[in-house]
Design a protein around this ligand. Structure first.
Ligand code: PMP
Length: 359
């Protein structure tokens, strides 16, 4: 017998990314399965990354110095409260590795981001999923009730991937007040820039007043840099330091750092695109609702179709039309499809296809 994989790892599901759609009848296909930004990077961002490529023989700046300075200035957050990683998923892994071990529990809503149970199990800690409440949103009372003396962290996802609703500011404040401050409260706001609900949580304000609250952000979605893999956290300085200590050395590449700095300088143009994606999201929600679907609040760059037992057949129908969406099939009442808001032609095709779906 060869080397034994740790039991916690042997039992892990392997993350399945969205696959490209086969060509539809129109000779085109659209990938609406990974919550990507449909816009290509801005020319200035590509240029900055290309210029940085001239230094690919060198390791990146391990301290992420210039990127940290730029982000600190942009967010008005002290540099020692920031830590970066190879996507926000890496920051989450590093955070959990720094704080969790066997015997600890990590509470999170389910269904939510698929990486949560994996990240928790890799540390040896026990995942404690808590079913979503009505409206496909977090049941904060149930999450609070799931906190035990063994709980090390609670993961909140707002807007929730894959279902869409954002948490409310007052509710999260009350939740944080009710949870002991030895528990990390991680607010994953990968889709923050797409939120339009004025009552939605403002995690930056909460982390400023609560040293156990960590917020996770990414350059993959609104900033459209998914292929470069950069995410970060904002946390109390000792927590951010622990994340840096646990991080892979040189995790953010040379072109990625350059593209992030250029993107922070180009936010106006990038957020104008975010506005277009939000407008398309509203068009998609309106179209799907008038086709008879009950769509939960969509605050990210995606919509949730609660298709239940028809989930796989709907996904197949979309695929045949040339649209790859993300089906979630577990055979339970949480089954459904997540459809990323894409380019207008892709969204047109979604609406056209949805109108003919069997109910
Ligand atoms: N959090 C949530 C809720 C997500 O949906 C994603 C990406 N699908 C991530 C974190 C990770 O993003 P990245 O690693 O690209 O920064």
């Amino acid at each position: 017998m060869g080397p034994m994989v740790r039991a916690a790892v042997a039992g892990l599901p392997v993350y399945r990314p969205g696959r490209p759609a086969p060509l539809g009848p129109g000779g085109v296909s659209y990938k609406l399965s990974s919550n990507e930004n449909p816009f290509p990077p801005l020319p200035g961002v590509i240029e900055a990354a290309e210029i940085a490529c001239a230094q690919l023989n060198r390791y990146p700046d391990m301290g992420n110095v210039a990127m940290t300075e730029a982000l600190s200035a942009k967010l008005a957050v002290a540099e020692d409260r920031l830590a970066f990683g190879t996507g926000s998923v890496a920051v989450l892994y590093h955070l959990l590795q720094a704080f969790c071990e066997r015997g600890d529990e990590v509470v999170y809503a389910w269904r939510s981001f698929e990486a949560y149970p994996i990240a928790v199990q890799l540390t040896g800690a026990t995942p404690v999923p808590v079913p979503l409440g009505p409206g496909w949103t977090h049941d904060l009372d149930a999450l609070r009730a799931a906190v035990t003396p063994a709980t090390k962290a609670v993961l909140l996802c707002t807007p929730n991937n894959p279902t869409g609703p954002a948490l409310r500011h007052d509710d999260v404040l009350a939740f944080v007040a009710a949870v002991p401050d030895r528990v990390l409260v991680v607010i994953d706001e990968a889709y923050a820039e797409f939120v339009t609900d004025p009552a939605a949580v403002r995690p930056m304000e909460i982390t400023a007043g609560h040293d156990n609250v960590v917020l996770l952000r990414t350059f993959s979605k609104a900033y459209g840099l998914a292929g470069l893999r950069v995410g970060f956290c904002v946390a109390a300085a000792p927590i951010a330091r622990a994340v840096r200590a646990a991080a892979l050395p040189f995790g953010v590449s040379v072109p990625a750092q350059a593209a992030v700095i250029a993107s922070l300088a180009a936010e106006e143009a990038l957020f104008e695109r975010v506005g277009q994606i939000v407008a398309e999201r509203e068009r998609m929600v309106a179209g799907l609702s008038s086709a008879g679907f009950d769509i939960p609040a969509a605050e990210g760059n995606f919509v949730w179709l609660a298709a239940g037992p028809r989930t796989q057949s709907y996904a197949d129908t979309f695929a045949a039309a040339g649209v790859m969406v993300r089906p979630y099939v577990s055979g339970d009442r949480w089954d459904g499809l997540r459809i990323t808001v894409g380019e207008p032609e892709a969204n047109d095709l979604v609406l056209l296809t949805a109108a003919d779906l069997e109910r």
